[in-house]
Structures are given as C-alpha cells and as structure tokens.
Design a protein around this ligand. Structure first.
Ligand code: TRP
Length: 453
C-alpha cells in the first residue's frame, strides 16, 4: 500500500487547522452575530465556550483522527466494533459536504466583490443602492454561478495536489498574508473618526442580552468557527505526525481563530460606527453595509477606500478558500480511503457533486427563490440543518465517543504521546472530565433549550 501522506511539520499542521478554522465564520458571521446579540456580552460568552467546550471537542476530533489515521467514517469503524458509530462518521461526511456546497456560493460572492473592488470600486453607493447591488449580484442568473465555479475549482485543484503539495503549501502561504491584511485593515479602521464608539460597543457588555438563545448562538458560532463536528479537524489530524502535541496544537488553533475573529470584529465594528451604519444588520453586514462604507470612505480618500476594499475582500476570499479546502478534503479522503479511488478521481467526483448542489444554492436567490422545503429556500435549509443541527450533534457525538466509547488508556496514550508529555499528563484528568461530562451535558442542555424555547 502507498505510504499515507503527512504534514511536513507541526507548524504546517497548526496552520492547516487554522486555515480551516479562520473563514467566513470569522469575518462574515462573527461580527454580525455579535451585532445581533449585544456586542460584548456575546463576545465574553463566546470566548468562554471557545476555551471550555470548543477546545476539548477539537481535541476529541484530533485524537480520533490521529489514532485511526484515516477519514471520519473508517475511523469510527476502526475504533469501535459497534456499527452504530459509523453512522456518526457517515453523517459528518455528509454534513461537511453539504456545508462545502453552499459555502462555495458565499466564497464565490467574495471573489465577485473582490473583482468589483479591483475594477470599479464602490463609488457613489448609498444604503439603498448597496443593498440593491447585493440583491442584483446574488440573484443574477449567471454571475454567482460563474464565481462559485471559480472558487470551487480553485479549491478542488489544491485538494487534488494532496496534503503536502496542496493543503500545506497554500495554508503556509495564505495564513500569514491573511493576518497581515486584517491587522492593517483594523489599524486603519481604528483611526477613522468616530470609530471609538464601535470599540466601546465591543467592550461594554449588556447582560440583558444574556439569554439561552444567545448562549446557543455563541456555542454554535464557536463550533462553526473552529470547524468542529464534521470531521474536518479529524481528517487533518489524521495527517499529523505521531510526535505532534495535540493539546498545544488545539490551543494554538483556538487562540489564532479567536484572535482573528476579534481583529475582524474590531475592524468591522469600528468602521460601521465611524460611518454611522447599523451594527445589527445581520447576515448582509459584509456584503451590503461594507460596500456602502467603502463608498462613503471614498468621498474623502478614494485611493485608501479602494485599497482597503481590495484588501478586505481578498482576505474574505482567502479565508473562505482554506476553510472550503478542509470541508472538501473530508469527502475526498472518504472516497480515497473507503472506496479505494485515486486522489484525482475523488477530487473530480466531489467537485462535480458540490458544483451541482452549489448551483442549486445559487439559484435559490434567483429563479428558485420560490422553491421552498419546510418553509426554507435550499440555501437557508442547508445552512440551518448543517450548522445548527448536524454540527452540534456531530460535536456531541465525538465527545461521547471519546469519553464513553474509546478506552480511557487509549485516549490518555494519544493525548500524552504514550506518557512522554509531562504537562499533558497533568492536564489529562481535568480534560477528560470535561470531555466525558461537562461538554456533552452543556451541549445537550443548550441544544434542547434552543430547540424548545
Ligand atoms: N470554520 C470555518 C469558518 O469559520 C467554516 C468551516 C470550515 C466549517 N470547515 C468546517 C464549519 C467544518 C463546520 C465544519 O468559516
């Protein structure tokens, strides 16, 4: 059998995980969720969940992956004789594939806006025309499909090149660039007159917003942002070296991801308040409010506005690309390892399937906008089922699997690299307690309250 690929180093593994984690979830979803749920109160709840629940769940996925050294479905097969657990593996492959299909549509929009920033800029837009522009772009019969195709094709090409020459290379290239771009944008935003109100908004908690709904939103956001519950972390970790420290890698990833979300949050909220736009405008924040802001900025300093908007949408597109790669890799590795396909064939197959479903999602903003299942358009349905339901259940499943199904000695062995890591050995007890009790119970309570309230 051919030798299984591995990341070249621990840094490469952490960067790939960070690439998966840092995505539209950080730049597009996190700021608008914060805007909708009262700024700082949401932020604090989010950071708490990130450290106490999301990080241990990430650890669960990564230790399953590295122990089994295979994709999600087969990992369950290898680690437990009970066939029921394969269902969890199967569902996570399905869920990652569904997210990949609609995520590519939003990735396509960001390339579209990048191209617009480069060629025309956002001159002379007011609130209404910015909204009209996004409506026109999203519902156009061909434009989103072209950009979705471009986005998915780029991603599938990287995946086709494999772990070292594809995923590792691109992550090493884009992650530093992404951080640099976002920091520059944040610094610029913080110097805009009036931006201070945005900073205040993010730092002053309004605890009246602290409700079960908000907690569920914060927990869901931490899972989404860290790519949990769908086998993405599991698959990437199956390519990590046996000598890597899984605990510190997970901590670094959570730190980078939350740090990036904060930087993006400050950049966007500072700008929103400086221009006097509405922070609670929801999912349209990035694609409607920001172009309007760039056009306002352009009145005083056209060149800066142009450069900032190019930098911003480039950052969105790159962040989305590395995240999409991890979702596609979940399915591709499944077809390679479970079905014995070549990487080329598996990449092509996943590309074609995700491309077709993505096209349907594109059309759900145009000609298929009247087509609804359970009251949702296709795009909304995929978004809701995969991120609100499957992801939470996946995370719950992985924590129960590690805490209750896998042998404790195996879990300890994997977390401490056979007992050779002192710090991890000391931390094992509390971590195991969180994985076995705290995380599943909290996820379940929050999931059920959200479902019934
Ligand atoms: N983490 C990504 C983001 O923040 C989204 C993502 C990538 C994801 N892979 C995933 C979400 C797997 C859930 C599961 O945008």
């Amino acid at each position: 059998m051919k030798e299984r690929e591995e990341f070249g180093s621990r840094v490469a593994y952490i960067l790939a995980l960070t690439g998966s984690a840092v995505g539209l979830g950080n730049i597009w979803r996190f700021p608008y969720m914060m805007g909708e749920h009262g700024g700082a109160a949401f932020l604090i709840t989010y950071l708490f969940f990130a450290a106490v629940i999301a990080m241990p769940i990430m650890l669960c996925e990564s230790l399953i992956g590295r122990r089994a050294r295979t994709g999600t479905y087969d990992a369950m097969k290898i680690l437990s004789p009970n066939k029921g657990w394969r269902l969890l593996g199967g569902i996570s492959v399905f869920a990652a594939f569904t997210i990949a299909s609609y995520y590519s549509v939003v990735g396509g929009w960001s390339i579209d806006y990048l191209v617009r920033s480069v060629f025309t800029g956002f001159k002379g837009l007011d609130h209404y025309s910015a909204a009209a522009l996004s409506y026109r772009v999203f519902s156009s019969p061909w434009e989103p499909i072209i950009f979705h195709t471009l986005f998915l094709l780029t991603c599938s090409t990287v995946i086709f090149f494999g772990v070292r020459k594809g995923i590792e290379k691109i992550s090493k290239l884009t992650m530093p660039l992404l951080f640099l771009l976002m920091v520059i944008i944040m610094v610029y935003a913080l110097f805009l007159p009036g931006s201070f109100n945005g900073v205040k908004y993010l730092l002053k908690p309004d605890w009246s917003q602290f409700t079960p709904k908000m907690m569920a939103a914060a927990l869901g956001q931490s899972f989404f942002s860290m790519s949990l519950g769908m086998g993405a972390v599991l698959v990437y970790s199956s390519y990590s070296k046996k000598s890597d420290n899984l605990l510190s890698s997970a901590c670094w990833t959570v730190l980078f991801d939350s740090g990036f979300a904060l930087i993006a949050g400050f950049a966007i909220m500072a700008t929103v308040f400086a221009i006097g736009a509405n922070p609670g405008s929801g999912p349209t924040l990035v694609f409607e409010t920001l172009p309007y802001i760039f056009s306002q900025m352009g009145l005083d300093s056209p060149l800066a506005a142009r450069l900032i908007s190019i930098g911003f949408f480039l950052a969105v597109a790159l962040a989305a690309l590395t995240s999409e790669m991890s979702m596609i890799e979940v399915s591709v590795s499944h077809f390679i390892e479970h079905r014995g396909m070549s990487r080329a064939k598996a990449s092509l197959l996943v590309f074609v399937l995700a491309w077709i479903i993505g096209i349907l999602c594109c059309m759900s903003f145009g000609s298929l906008s009247q087509f609804k299942l359970f009251g949702y358009t296709l795009f909304d349905l995929f978004n809701m089922v995969s991120s609100d339901v499957l992801m939470t259940l996946g995370a719950l499943g992985f924590s129960i699997f590690v805490g209750w199904v896998m042998d404790k000695a195996v879990v300890r062995d994997e977390l401490t690299n056979g007992g050779t890591m002192k710090g991890n050995s000391i931390l094992f007890k509390p971590l195991y307690f969180i994985i076995k009790w705290v995380a599943p119970v909290m996820i379940l309570i929050i999931f059920l309250t959200n479902l019934f309230l």
